[in-house]
Design a protein around this ligand. Structure first.
Ligand code: HEM
Length: 148
């Protein structure tokens, strides 16, 4: 193990892989923090299987793809067992802070992330309606001029 001081345990990727050799455990890395969710997996609202699939892996992207709530992010603190050694930090990870305040959370994640696509969609729909209305032929255009 790289460092086993009581307050700040640091594990290398190799350490994490070693821990994950135990198939009865459920160990994963999320945003460079190492979690043991063995005891939580049965209670996980998203199901036990999805957590087991991430056993021994970096689950940062899978975790974010779900759009976990602020509460879930608070809850996960209880399962953190170590930090990942800086040398093993994922170079191209979509790194986002693990726990952020609720205002930042709202602008980045989950519940209101739909705004990101609803607003452009509304703009496109309004633009289509506008251009169709403008392109409609003038019904009077081919009518011969009235005889005086
Ligand atoms: C320590 C790690 C984790 C904790 C504490 C946690 C906690 C939670 C909680 C509290 C929910 C309920 C919805 C919410 O509040 O966001 C949830 C839902 C879910 N989680 Fe996790 N989760 C963890 C990791 C993961 C990972 C790694 C995956 C991988 C795919 C995952 C997949 C899901 C799915 C699919 C749902 C259901 C979402 C839905 O029904 O809308 N979770 N999780």
């Amino acid at each position: 193990m790289a460092d086993t001081t009581p307050d700040k345990k640091i594990l290398t990727l190799a350490d994490v892989k070693k821990l994950a050799e135990d198939p009865n455990k459920c160990i994963m890395i999320i945003h460079n923090h190492v979690y043991d969710v063995t005891k939580f997996s049965e209670e996980h609202p998203g199901g036990e299987e999805v957590l087991k699939e991430q056993h021994g892996k970096d689950a940062s992207d899978a975790f974010e793809d779900v759009g976990h709530s602020f509460d879930a992010r608070e809850q996960m603190k209880a399962f953190q067992i170590a930090e990942l050694h800086p040398d093993d930090h994922k170079k191209n990870a979509r790194s986002r802070p693990l726990v952020i305040n609720s205002t930042d959370y709202a602008s980045n994640h989950g519940a209101i992330s739909w705004i990101k696509w609803v607003i452009p969609l509304v703009i496109v729909i309004v633009a289509i309606i506008y251009f169709r209305a403008m392109a409609r032929p003038d019904p009077d255009i081919n009518r011969p001029p009235k005889a005086i």
